[in-house]
Design a protein around this ligand. Structure first.
Ligand SMILES: [Zn+2]
Length: 200
């Protein structure tokens, strides 16, 4: 097949998306350029619209509408401002919300410390967390990180960074399967893990 730089560029962009390998990116790109139903145009428009109307929440790091920043969860008046739940990924916020066992605020780190993936403390929203906790008013910071080696290392690092901040630092109780992520936990297990949280 002839080399087509435009197609190669599209493929390379798609391959940068999470969970998309080079073979899948190639198939997606071919489908996009050959689709007769206007898929490429629809996708381009949807991308442009989403990029202009959706931003990362300045407080929790989740996504929100451009004209509603901080997001609904960060501004809801009926939530406990003294309780902050720290998660790795904004998706974890949705999972915890669904289990219904938490009524405080959230802070997403946008990842975890992972030497294997070249992700260190400076790549995460740890400094933002420090500033937020430093503003005071928190009774407890719950570290709801995944239960594997990197999740544990990240939790220990944060517990160390927040030492002496005045708030109690806790972690989810055991009961979550070792090595599992928050997003794969069922609601009952997650609620129990939240209720039984222990000092970090
Ligand atoms: Zn928010």
């Amino acid at each position: 097949m002839e080399r087509l730089p435009a197609l190669e560029r599209l493929t390379a962009c798609l391959a940068r998306l999470p969970g998309v390998g080079s073979r899948t990116a190639e198939r997606m790109a071919l489908r996009l350029v050959r689709d007769p139903g206007g898929l490429a145009r629809d996708l381009a428009e949807a991308l442009t619209e989403a990029r202009s109307r959706v931003v990362g929440c300045s407080q929790c790091g989740s996504v929100t509408a451009t004209d509603r920043n901080p997001c609904r969860l960060c501004t809801a008046p009926n939530r406990d401002d003294g309780l902050l739940c720290v998660v790795e990924d904004p998706n974890d916020i949705l999972t915890i919300e669904r289990c219904g066992g938490f009524r405080g605020r959230y802070h997403a780190l946008m990842g975890r410390i992972s030497p294997m993936k070249g992700s260190g403390p400076d790549d995460l929203r740890i400094q933002a967390l420090r500033v937020r906790v430093g503003q005071g008013g928190l009774r407890e910071v719950v570290l709801a990180l995944n239960t594997d080696v990197e999740g544990d290392a990240t939790a220990s690092y944060i517990a160390h960074v927040l030492e002496g901040c005045g708030a109690k630092i806790t972690r989810l109780a055991f009961g979550l399967p070792a090595g599992s992520g928050i997003m794969y936990s069922d609601a009952v297990t997650l609620r129990r893990a939240l209720e039984g949280r222990q000092p970090a």
